[in-house]
Design a protein around this ligand. Structure first.
Ligand code: GDP
Length: 175
């Protein structure tokens, strides 16, 4: 069995659902009051990719450090992929995605000089009162070099595994 090790960053404003996303993906749970322990560096998920390959994902959640706005280089070091998440009911969290993507592109790079694969997730799509249209997300995603974007609901387990598969697929294709 061939194993690929991938460090993946989960960034975005506070309260958009990053910890819930990691918890759902890694532990298969959604707990309304769940909060990742501050100080835990990353969570691990082993994904069976094919008959011969598995992927060991290290998911780095910025867990409460969003207020620092710009993350340290240590956090970015060795990352092969990134999830930028916002809350579709909070337009301010969408507007901040440009900043999160720029910070990422300033601090990480593939050996060939390209930016690392990054997927944009529009979370909490189960909630009424959307504040951001699909058209504007699509336009933003294309203009800012995201692999793609997807609507997710960590609460209803919509597109959680699918979005990570899409990101892993892209990471493997650029290696
Ligand atoms: P973080 O600060 O980005 O890590 O956000 P959390 O994971 O702590 O989530 C913030 C709040 O949003 C929590 O109360 C979660 O239960 C809630 N939440 C996360 N994802 C969803 C979702 O898809 N739908 C709904 N309705 N609530 C969510």
């Amino acid at each position: 069995m061939e194993e690929h090790l991938m460090k993946i960053l989960i960034v975005g404003d506070g309260n958009v659902g990053k910890s819930a996303f990691v918890n759902r993906y890694v532990n298969g749970q959604f707990n309304k009051t769940y909060k990742m322990t501050v100080g835990v560096d990353f969570s691990v998920k082993v994904l069976k990719w094919s008959e011969k390959e598995q992927v060991r994902l290290q998911l780095w959640d910025i867990a409460g450090q969003e207020r620092f706005i710009s993350m340290t280089r240590i956090y970015y070091k060795g990352a092969l992929g990134c999830v930028v998440m916002f809350d579709v009911t909070e337009s301010s969290s969408f507007l901040k995605c440009r900043h999160w993507k720029q910070d990422l592109d300033n601090k990480t790079m593939l050996p060939n000089g390209e930016s690392i694969p990054c997927i944009l997730l529009a979370n909490k799509c189960d909630l009424p009162g959307r504040a951001v249209s699909a058209d504007s997300i699509d336009e933003f995603s294309k203009a800012n070099g995201f692999v793609t974007w997807m609507e997710t609901s960590v609460k209803e387990n919509k597109n959680v595994g699918e979005s990570m598969r899409r990101l892993v697929q892209e990471i493997l294709s650029v290696q």
